[in-house]
Design a protein around this ligand. Structure first.
Ligand SMILES: [Ca+2]
Ligand SMILES: [Ca+2]
Length: 176
């Protein structure tokens, strides 16, 4: 005779002790080891704005790439230059990525590399190297395949004030 109550207790006990999947049948259902590599897709846009005059010129740069991180060489940093706004304001975006095979996790942004940042330059030309603002890329951890996160980052002219600025919006995805 089927004993529903006894089955419920057995299942609850197994769940509580973690033996449901790792007991005698564990070998048959053992999870495969984490993959040796992970593919990451990043798509986004960088907007720069110059605070000069009433026109407040702006510039937009779209970008996108897919890269493979390998367990033997797990760190990559991709630098994306912005377009120049008003002949004075440009930016650089460092996208730092790291694959932790042990936990099958891709980490993007802070925590992966000290270079990761959004840098704002404002000066007399579109090639100015006058660094006026730096902001971090927030950390994103991705373990699940086909999952995505969208991040928004803004940095202003921290050195000189005003309304010069850069804003980044990007979607980070783990892809097959
Ligand atoms: Ca300006
Ligand atoms: Ca400046």
């Amino acid at each position: 005779m089927f004993n529903r109550r006894a089955l419920q207790i057995a299942v609850a006990g197994a769940l509580a002790t973690g033996t449901l999947l790792t007991g005698s049948a564990g070998s048959a259902f053992a999870a495969p080891p984490p993959p040796q590599s992970a593919n990451v897709r990043v798509q986004g846009v960088i907007r720069t704005i110059d605070d000069d005059g009433s026109s407040r010129p702006s510039a937009t740069k779209s970008f996108g790439f897919t890269t493979t991180l390998r367990s033997g060489d797990p760190v990559k940093v991709v630098t994306i230059p912005s377009a120049c706004a008003g002949g004075e304001v440009r930016a650089e975006l460092d996208i730092a990525m790291n694959y932790f095979q042990g936990t099958n996790t891709v980490t993007v942004g802070s925590g992966t590399n000290t270079r990761d940042a959004v840098r704002l330059f404002e000066g007399a030309s579109s090639s100015t190297t006058d660094l006026d603002g730096v902001g971090p890329v927030p950390r994103t951890d991705i373990s699940l395949l086909n999952s995505s996160f969208t991040r928004k980052i803004s940095v202003g002219n921290l050195e000189e004030g005003g309304a010069d600025g850069v804003s980044v919006e990007m979607t980070i995805s783990r892809v097959p």
